[in-house]
Design a protein around this ligand. Structure first.
Ligand SMILES: [Zn+2]
Length: 296
């Protein structure tokens, strides 16, 4: 069992450190949450994992951190699925791709957007968390990559991976199950809190809003939405997240047009009225503004 792709921690924020540790300490109690008849979600402090089981094989969306691979496979088997036949990475971050080497070595065929493979191949540095990810070994790299999207015709459903440019990163895809009416949004959606946006790797607030709009164009009142982080969502929650992002974007654009630096913008507390609802997850408003301001 390989663990090499685990993010190497140097001086991290409390959030990133705690979320890695919690992900590992919870390894004993992974239980899949039913989303639809053959679709489950594994929630935790790493990225949420999507599981689609059926006669054609198990299709996995993201794979959390490397130490959880065995537990994820056990969880899949506990609901009647087989060892993952296919895996798709919604983006390159280590809390969504950490299990790639383990699964690739086990025979899982890995898919992703072109840019995800590039980032995994070279390794990367996340300035926001002062965190470095080593290059992924060849067996953990996506074997099939795409630029716009790809469709899987499995388990009596059509599963579409749709690329959204410059949203959370420059390589995001969200996954849409046409028959089951389920979407895995990847990190385009942090359900209930300000999202991390990786502006140093092609992400932007505006692109995230456009990504949310693309997802909204496909969902109805019955769609189940698996977010990259946070609890299972519905259309109403996605709409209120979109409204928060749009409000923040308008206010920050104005501050930027007035010549304010990120620090000055944060100091003027432009998100004060949003803080109670959105600011107690990953980031406070001040920290979030400083993180995303260059990409506004
Ligand atoms: Zn991410």
């Amino acid at each position: 069992m390989r663990c090499r792709n685990t993010v190497i921690l140097s001086v991290l924020t409390v959030w990133f450190l705690s979320y890695t540790m919690i992900a590992q300490s919870e390894a004993e109690k992974i239980s899949p949450i039913p989303v639809a008849e053959q679709i489950y979600m594994i929630a935790g402090k790493g990225g949420n994992v999507g599981i689609f089981i059926g006669e054609d094989g198990t299709f996995l969306i993201d794979d959390n951190f490397a130490p959880l691979t065995e537990k994820i496979v056990e969880a899949i088997k506990s609901v009647g699925g087989d060892y993952p036949k296919f895996l798709i990475n919604t983006h390159y971050h280590g809390d969504h791709t950490g299990g790639n080497e383990n699964l690739g070595e086990g025979g899982t065929l890995i898919f992703s957007h072109d840019n995800v493979r590039e980032r995994l191949k070279t390794g990367s540095f996340l300035k926001a968390f002062d965190a470095k990810s080593e290059a992924t070994d060849p067996e953990g790299l996506p074997v099939v990559t795409f630029s716009e999207g790809i469709s899987f015709h499995i388990n009596d459903d059509t599963v579409r991976a749709i690329h959204v440019a410059h949203a959370h990163t420059d390589g995001d895809s969200f996954i849409y199950f046409e028959e089951a009416n389920v979407i895995h949004a990847g990190d385009i959606l942090f359900n209930g809190f300000y999202p991390f946006i990786d502006v140093n790797h092609g992400g932007s607030l505006r692109g995230t809003i456009l990504g949310v709009d693309e997802i909204l164009s496909l969902v109805d009142g019955n769609t189940k939405i698996i977010p990259g982080h946070g609890p299972l969502a519905d259309r109403a929650q996605l709409e209120s997240y979109r409204e928060m992002l749009w409000t923040a974007y308008g206010r920050l654009r104005k501050l930027k047009a007035d010549g304010k630096t990120a620090r000055e913008a944060a100091a003027s507390k432009p998100l004060a009225d949003l803080e109670e609802t959105w600011g107690d997850g990953v980031f406070t408003g001040d920290r979030w503004i400083e993180l995303i301001y260059s990409g506004v």
